[in-house]
Each structure stands twice: as structure tokens, then as C-alpha cells.
Design a protein around this ligand. Structure first.
Ligand SMILES: Nc1nc2c(c(=O)[nH]1)N[C@H]1C(S)=C(S)[C@@H](COP(=O)(O)O)O[C@H]1N2
Ligand SMILES: [Mo]
Length: 277
């Protein structure tokens, strides 16, 4: 990236129904971490303590003291994540053109001159329209990161665009009060979720607000120094390199804000809603 400021990062609950291999793997990892925490606690409190622990009343299926430890653990890792976690960046000369992967929402012709980004204000519910020039007028951020598809391939790509966080700071549409969404000091009335949908509504993605405000989450209009091609999501797509390609929605039509997880095509198809890696 062109600068190194950091901001909040994803912290969210368990994902949608699990079917895919990737999701099963993630679940397995989550479970083994849980039993690891369990073992560690058993070591600390001894077997007598462990029996006491298991005799304690349940809190969503887990003995309450253990639930508390898990919660504290979750808070700790989300705090760590918020402050420091960035996707790795690579030398620009390692960038390649990725496969054109996924055409949901891209099947009709689109005239970039008449395209508008439509953003529905969280507080007002009113829709405001933006041109590509409006997005390009925001500070330009370039970064060379890896695009990872759940199908198992990945490609290093040099992206150019504007931070979604800069957009939401400049156009304060994500708060009820109309205050700007400062990622380092998020206002209390900030929407918890963002929804992004193609103009034809055939592809749609939900993001938690921490992921949306992450410094590497871009409204992207360039790939490897060139304007996006239609197949890669012209005129504007999302890039968010801590998540799998499924969240990198091409050809954004509408952005809206929500109190609960917005609909997400691949989560409906059984993938983990967060789709982080
Ligand atoms: N509108 C739309 N966006 C999409 C998809 C899609 O089918 N439609 N596929 C996703 C998937 S699975 C991946 S891996 C990336 C691939 O981006 P690329 O085609 O630019 O390589 O786009 C994502 N964004
Ligand atoms: Mo993908």
C-alpha cells in the first residue's frame, strides 16, 4: 500500500452452515483450538478442577467458566487482529493477471459512462449516486496482494483503488447520525454490516464493518496498472485480501448497511460467511 496506517479488522461470530471442504477444514481448526484451550485449562486447574469445571452450569452448551475463557480468548484475538493484521504484500513485478473467475452478475452489457455506484445511507435510507470519477477523486491506494480462490488457486495481483474506509469517511453514509466512519475511532452508531450487490442483484456479498474499514479493503478500479476489464469487474470491484476471492465482488452496483448479516451468495451455498484466511 502507499501508506501504513492500520485500522480495525474482522471480528465476527461463527459462520453459516458448513458444507465445503474449506469450511470443514476451518471448523476442524476451530474445534482443535477449542479442545486445545480445554486441555490447557485442565492443566491449569488439575483434574479435580476440571471435574468442577464440567459440573458448572452450561452457557450455550459449554460449561460457563470455559465459555468465559473462550469469550476472553475471542476478545483478545479480535483486539490483536484489529490493530495489527495485514495481508502480506509482494514486489510489484510478481503480479500476474488472474483467471477470470465467476460471471454471476456480469452477464449483461454495462456502459461504464452511465454506471453509477448507488449507496443507501444507513440513517436516512436514501440512495446517493456516485460516478467512477468520484471514487477516483479519493486518495489512490495501490497494493500487491494475493487473490486466493476457495477453488485452490491464488494469483498475486497489483490493485489500484480507493479505500472503502476513505469513501465512508468522506461520505458519511454508514452511521445513523451522518458522522464519518473514522476506522481508528469508530462511532457508536456505525452500522455493523455492509452489503454489496451487482446492478442485476445476481451476486451479493456481506461484510462485517471491521472488515469493510480494514486499510486493505479497496473499491478497486485498476488491475496491474490498467483499468479493470469487464471480466474482472469493471468499472468497480471490491478487493479485500484477508478474505477469499468470493468476497471480492466484481461490478459493484449498490452498497447498503445493515444491523444483521446481509445476504451473501456463497454463504447461502454453504461457505463460511466470513470467508477469511
Ligand atoms: N460479480 C461477481 N463477482 C465475483 C464473482 C462472480 O461470480 N461474480 N466471483 C468471485 C470469485 S469466486 C473470485 S475467485 C474472484 C475472481 O476475480 P477475478 O475474476 O478478477 O480473478 O471474483 C469474485 N467476484
Ligand atoms: Mo473464487
Amino acid at each position: 500500500m502507499t501508506d501504513n496506517s492500520s485500522g480495525p479488522l474482522p471480528a465476527d461470530g461463527p459462520g453459516a452452515p458448513l458444507q465445503s471442504e474449506a469450511a470443514v477444514l476451518a471448523e476442524a481448526r476451530r474445534r482443535s483450538r477449542r479442545s486445545f484451550i480445554g486441555l490447557g485449562l485442565a492443566g491449569l486447574v488439575g483434574i479435580g478442577g476440571w471435574r468442577w469445571l464440567l459440573s458448572q452450569p452450561d452457557d450455550s452448551g459449554i460449561p460457563r467458566p470455559l465459555r468465559k475463557a473462550l469469550d476472553a480468548n475471542g476478545r483478545l484475538s479480535s483486539a490483536y487482529f484489529k490493530q495489527t493484521r495485514l495481508a502480506p504484500e509482494f514486489a510489484r513485478n510478481r503480479a500476474r493477471t488472474p483467471r477470470e473467475n465467476g460471471k454471476y452478475g456480469l452477464k449483461s452489457e454495462l456502459d461504464p459512462a452511465t454506471w453509477r455506484l448507488r449507496v443507501q445511507g444507513y440513517g436516512t435510507g436514501q440512495t446517493q449516486e456516485f460516478t467512477l470519477a468520484d471514487i477516483q477523486a479519493l486518495p489512490k491506494v495501490a497494493m500487491t496482494t494475493e487473490l486466493k480462490c476457495i477453488e485452490g488457486w491464488s494469483t498475486i495481483v497489483h490493485w489500484g483503488g480507493a479505500r472503502l474506509s476513505d469513501f465512508l469517511a468522506r461520505y458519511p453514509l454508514a452511521t445513523r447520525s451522518g458522522r464519518p466512519a473514522d476506522p481508528l475511532n469508530p462511532p457508536a452508531d456505525l452500522a455493523p454490516y455492509v452489503s454489496l450487490v451487482t446492478p442485476d442483484e445476481k451476486y451479493y456479498v456481506g461484510l462485517d464493518m471491521a472488515s469493510a474499514l480494514h486499510p486493505q479493503t479497496l473499491l478497486c478500479y485498476e488491475m496491474n496498472g490498467q483499468p479493470l476489464t469487464a471480466g474482472h469487474g469493471a468499472p468497480l470491484r471490491l478487493v479485500t485480501p484477508l478474505k477469499y476471492g468470493i468476497k471480492h465482488i466484481k461490478r459493484i452496483g449498490t452498497i447498503a448497511f445493515a444491523d444483521t448479516r446481509p445476504k451473501d451468495l456463497w454463504a447461502e451455498l454453504g461457505y463460511d460467511w466470513d470467508a477469511g484466511h
